[in-house]
Design a protein around this ligand. Structure first.
Ligand code: G1P
Length: 357
């Protein structure tokens, strides 16, 4: 069994964060989203991984993952080029996959329980594909499977106007190499993409059985800023957090706190977990860091109150106000203007930024 990790896409819904880097490298609990996928594949015993790259962020992803040895896997890079759909991306991996079965994992998805059960279930039978499903409240926004009373998949449809069920295909699939011929015969959908959902329907039409597996643990497609915040919440809730850095006497800490060895919580600061604070970051006196917050490396927080937020790193936050439910890109600074006249907010805001003041 091989792994095919899709890492293309434009990241348009995560602008401006994705103006400067691919969405798969946005950190959740101080770890890039794509690293969770690599770990899940390795845990399922899959170490030969093809990473499919689009036009955007190619170099950054290759610099980050390298040959995979740092993660205990062996990575081959596959260039998709223009994003013509998930089935197109999968099709680009044909030579890499050869005659093997493979797990296809969307590199911007995070799943609590990993892919081991999905792989084992697929291997226990004779299937053309295995799909992971989860109940969603907005089935119009996903690929949807119709499943009969015995759990047999009878139909798949991408973003249906009239959904036959609320069981969405989530971003993990297992395929036999038969899928490549199905992909070759696909026509673009209404959104101009080769849909992986249509390829699975075509396997079904050709008489292949499709294994389905309902995933009960949380799953998050991290396409939008609010998804990053929710994924950060979900990961921090479960993560084993260790305070290795310095907590000075007179700092008030409560709950689970991940504090990198070179990070400091100074006297007079208040930190309530679950929180993750990365290397070389200092939480100074008068600062409050509240639950479900991740602060990236090389940052200084002084006097700010922040919670339920992700600060990617290299930031200085000295504003005296409260920052909640926020995603701050690398090197974003939010500083105090308390002693400046005229009074008012001073903004240098990039394209596609979103501020609620
Ligand atoms: C894609 C798939 C869809 C699936 C979803 C999961 O949608 O086409 O079938 O349910 O991922 O995140 P997209 O993100 O391309 O809209």
């Amino acid at each position: 069994m091989k792994g095919v990790l899709l890492s293309g896409g434009t990241g348009s819904r995560l602008r401006p964060i994705t103006h400067t880097g691919p969405k798969q490298l946005v950190p959740v609990a101080n770890k890039p989203v794509i690293e969770y996928a690599i770990e899940d594949l390795r845990e399922a015993g899959i170490t030969e991984i093809g990473v499919v790259l689009g036009n955007k962020g190619r170099e950054e992803i290759q610099d980050f993952l390298g040959d995979g040895s740092a993660y205990g896997v062996d990575i081959t890079y596959i260039i998709q080029g223009n994003p013509l759909g998930l089935a197109h991306a999968a099709g680009c991996a044909r030579d890499f996959v050869g005659d093997d079965d493979f797990v296809m994992y969307l590199g911007d998805n995070i799943l609590k329980q990993g892919v081991t059960e999905l792989v084992e279930s697929f291997e226990a039978g004779d299937y053309g594909a295995g799909i992971a499903l989860q109940e969603v409240e907005n089935p119009e926004a996903f690929g949807i499977a119709d499943v009969d009373a015995d759990g047999t998949v009878t139909r798949l449809v991408e973003k249906p106007d009239d959904p036959p069920s609320n069981l969405a295909l989530i971003g993990m699939y297992v395929f036999s190499p038969a899928v490549f011929d199905a992909i070759d015969d696909l026509e673009p959908s209404w959104r101009g993409e080769l849909e992986i959902t249509d390829a699975i329907q075509s396997l079904l039409d050709d008489g292949y059985a499709i294994d389905s597996h309902v995933v009960t643990g949380w799953w998050k497609d991290t396409g939008k800023p609010e998804d990053i915040l929710e994924a950060n919440r979900l990961v921090l809730e479960d993560a084993a957090l260790e305070a290795e850095g310095e907590i000075e006497d007179g700092a008030e800490t409560r709950g689970r706190i991940g504090l990198a060895a070179s990070a400091t919580i100074e006297e007079g600061a208040v930190v309530r977990g679950p929180v993750s604070i990365a290397a070389n970051t200092t939480i100074e006196s008068g600062t409050y860091v509240g639950p479900y917050t991740s602060i990236g490396p090389n940052s200084t927080l002084s006097g700010v109150h922040i919670e339920n937020s992700v600060v990617i790193g290299d930031s200085t936050l000295t504003a005296s106000g409260r920052i909640v439910d926020s995603l701050l890109g690398r090197s974003a600074d939010v500083e105090s203007a308390d002693d400046l006249l005229p009074e008012g907010r001073r903004l240098v805001v990039g394209e596609n930024s979103n501020l609620k003041l």
